[in-house]
Ligand binder design. Structure first.
Ligand SMILES: [Zn+2]
Length: 448
């Protein structure tokens, strides 16, 4: 009789989630897919868990017994009742292979997943059923090593928890990790198994995926001690003690009206996050020359102080711009052309202030036949800006073409009917700034 594949629900990884390597089985099928160099393998049984129950799929290897050839498995999916392994090479059906799991990845998933069951079980006792949950920090092709702040999972419940409830939740979780660990057990039930009917009575069967054929498959119920029982196909720890640690963030997320997301992480992730947070605090301490408890106070003071400085700077900029514009306007009245040049902090916003003041004076006095160049450089970035003002479009065109000859990175526009032309200089490299000022001083009256 031909061998048949073990159904999802009764896979070796589901029966013993601590099988990590050396599991022997036989390849039943290996089919080429429409995708280039991708094959789908069906094994007689497997220790690689296919995606399900909120837990992502395992990664691992098939080691061909006869020649030690290693075939990497980059994904396992559940198709109905079958586990399909995705690989890059053809493996002859009938070949016997040893299966190995990427254990670090799997153990992390088991810590998060069992941690979720524990947090949900406690919340359930508070009559806050878990509406959904999502495992964060899952490595992907695009993001193979998620950062410490991406390691949070969440559980969605019907309302926000108070700060006291979060603290109590953390406390109870830690009791079940340390002094009062709960056994995590799995009950396997065939649908027609009468002995299990009572056990199933208060289990929420709606959590089983629609495409899982309950009549033919195996329903698994995960028990967290006597606290909780839930149908779940995932791989779990054998005791809540193995979760190691749970960090529940005091920051919740509001979703769907009054619902709330409770963010948490378990196991080694807590260590990663703590190490990151500790290093961050250390850097802040050193930057601000203070101790941890005074960081917030110090940063608040710095922000307030920066706001005051900005306000003060705006005030003086406007005041000085008025004086500069007044001098420029007088030169314009007398000579018909002038230039204003601001080095060091000659940013576009300052030049614009000067321009606005000049323009208002020109409009007011009905001045005719004039051309002014306002230029600035910001030394820190060696970039800058130029504004050309005239009532003649021809004058603007001829001056800007000369300026662009001197500053090759000058780009701008406007003033086609007279008025204002404005441009930016990406870089004043070499002697460009000096050459620009030489040209301006030879052809225009200098202001300031
Ligand atoms: Zn589960």
């Amino acid at each position: 009789m031909a061998a048949t594949a073990t159904l999802v629900g009764a896979l070796a990884c589901q029966r013993n989630s601590f099988l990590a390597e050396g599991f022997e089985t036989t390849v039943l099928k290996c089919e080429k897919t429409k995708e280039d160099k991708i094959f789908e393998v069906q094994l007689q049984d497997t220790i690689l868990f296919p995606e399900g129950g909120g837990q992502p799929s395992d990664l691992g290897e098939l080691v061909v017994d006869s020649n030690d050839r290693k075939v990497s498995v980059f994904g396992v999916e559940r198709r109905g009742l079958q586990a399909i392994h995705r690989v890059n090479e053809f493996v002859e059906p009938g070949t016997s292979v040893k299966v190995t799991v990427d254990w670090q990845r799997r153990f992390d998933f088991m810590q998060q997943h069992t941690g979720q069951h524990l947090v949900s079980a406690i919340l359930d006792q508070w009559e806050l059923p878990t509406l959904s949950w999502c495992m964060g920090g899952v490595p992907t092709y695009k993001n193979p090593t998620p950062g410490p702040t991406e390691l949070f999972n969440y559980i969605e419940i019907g309302r926000k928890l108070t700060a006291d409830e979060i603290s109590k939740l953390s406390h109870i979780c830690h009791e079940h990790i340390t002094v009062n660990p709960q056994k995590v057990t799995v009950v396997e039930n065939q649908k027609d198994d009468e002995a299990c009917e009572n056990d199933q009575a208060d289990i929420n069967m709606s959590k089983i995926p629609d495409d899982y054929d309950v009549a033919k498959g195996v329903v698994r119920t995960i028990h967290i001690g006597d606290m909780d029982a839930n149908p779940c196909c995932g791989t779990h720890l054998t005791s809540t003690a193995q979760i190691g640690s749970i960090f529940i963030s005091p920051n919740q997320g509001a979703v769907r009206g009054t619902n709330s997301r409770i963010y948490f992480m378990c196991g080694y992730r807590v260590l990663k996050y703590t190490t990151f947070a500790n290093a961050l605090l250390g850097q802040m301490k050193s930057l601000l020359s203070c101790s941890e408890p005074t960081i917030v106070e110090k940063v608040s003071y710095q922000l307030e102080s920066a706001q005051k400085t900005t306000k003060r700077e705006q005030y003086w900029k406007k005041k000085i711009a008025t004086v500069d514009a007044s001098t420029a306007f007088n030169a314009l009245k007398e000579h018909g052309k002038c230039y204003y040049s601001q080095d060091e902090f000659g940013s576009l916003d300052y030049l614009t202030l000067v321009h606005k003041e000049i323009e208002s004076k020109i409009t007011h006095s009905k001045l005719r036949d004039y051309v002014a160049v306002i230029s600035g450089r910001e030394k820190a970035t060696n970039s800058g800006a130029l504004i050309v003002v005239s009532d003649s479009a021809d004058k603007i065109a001829s001056v800007t073409s000369k300026l662009q000859e001197i500053c090759p990175t000058l780009k701008g526009g406007g003033g086609k009917k007279g008025g204002k032309w404005q441009g930016k200089v990406v870089s004043f490299k070499g002697q460009i700034w000096e050459n620009l000022n030489d040209y301006l001083s030879e052809n225009f009256k200098k202001v300031a």
